[in-house]
Design a binder for this molecule. Structure first.
Ligand code: MN3
Length: 203
C-alpha cells in the first residue's frame, strides 16, 4: 500500500494571522503532497518497503537500496517532517507547555524564555533550507538542533518533539525575507498539548 498523507487537522485559514491561508494551502496541498508522490514513486521500485513504517525507513536509511536511498531520504523526510510540523500547530495555540515537558525545558535551558530564544536562533542560523527542532534522545534528554533540507532527526536516532519549517515556502508570501519575524510569531500557533503528548510518548 502506498504511503498517504494525514488530513490537515484544521482549515487552511486556521493559523491566521501568523501563517496566511494561501501559504498553508500551497505548503500542504502542493509541497507536502509532492514529497508524498515522489516517495511513493521511489518505493515502487522496491515495494517491500511499503510494509515498513516511514519512521523505521528514515531511521534505517542504510538498509534502503542505494538506487532509491537519496530519493527516500529527501522525499520520505519531506513527508515525515511536514507531518510533525502540521500536528505541532493549531488555532488557539501559544502559551507554554506544562508538566514534565516544561520541567525538562527549564532544567535544560534555565527558563522557558531562554529556550524560545535558543530555538529561534537555531531556525535563524540554519543556512538555506531546513528545520529547527526540539528533539529527544531515547532516555528523554532534550536536544535543540537544526537539520538541512529534508533531513530528519530520526536519521540521528532522535525523536522529534517540536519543529519549525524554515524553508522559504513556509513563510515567504507573508514575511518575504524576514525569517526572524516568522520565528518570533510562531509561538502563537504551537499546540503545546500535542507537543507534550509527543514527548510523553517516548517514555
Ligand atoms: Mn515545508
Amino acid at each position: 500500500m502506498p504511503f498517504e498523507l494525514p488530513a490537515l487537522p484544521y482549515a487552511y485559514d486556521a493559523l491566521e494571522p501568523v501563517i496566511d491561508a494561501r501559504t498553508v494551502e500551497i505548503h500542504f496541498s502542493k509541497h507536502h503532497a509532492t514529497y508524498l508522490k515522489n516517495l511513493n514513486t521511489a518505493i515502487e521500485k522496491h515495494p517491500e518497503f511499503f510494509e515498513w513504517p516511514l519512521k523505521k525507513i528514515l531511521g534505517s536509511l542504510d538498509q534502503i537500496p542505494e538506487d532509491i536511498r537519496t530519493a527516500v531520504r529527501n522525499n520520505g523526510g519531506g513527508v515525515y517532517n511536514h507531518n510533525v510540523y502540521w500536528f505541532c500547530l493549531g488555532p488557539g495555540g501559544g502559551g507554554q507547555p506544562s508538566g514534565m515537558l516544561l520541567d525538562k525545558l527549564t532544567k535544560k535551558f534555565g527558563d522557558f524564555d531562554t529556550f524560545k530564544t535558543e530555538f529561534e536562533k537555531a531556525g535563524l542560523t540554519r543556512f538555506g533550507s531546513g528545520y529547527a527542532w526540539l528533539s529527544a534522545k531515547p532516555d528523554g534528554e532534550l536536544v535543540l538542533h537544526s537539520t538541512a533540507n529534508q533531513d530528519s532527526p530520526l536519521q540521528d536516532g532522535l525523536e522529534p518533539i517540536l519543529v519549525v519549517d524554515v524553508w522559504e515556502h513556509a513563510y515567504y508570501l507573508k514575511y518575504q525575507n524576514r525569517r526572524a519575524d516568522y520565528l518570533a510569531s510562531f509561538w502563537d500557533i504551537i499546540n503545546w498539548k500535542e507537543v507534550e503528548n509527543r514527548y510523553s510518548a517516548i517514555k
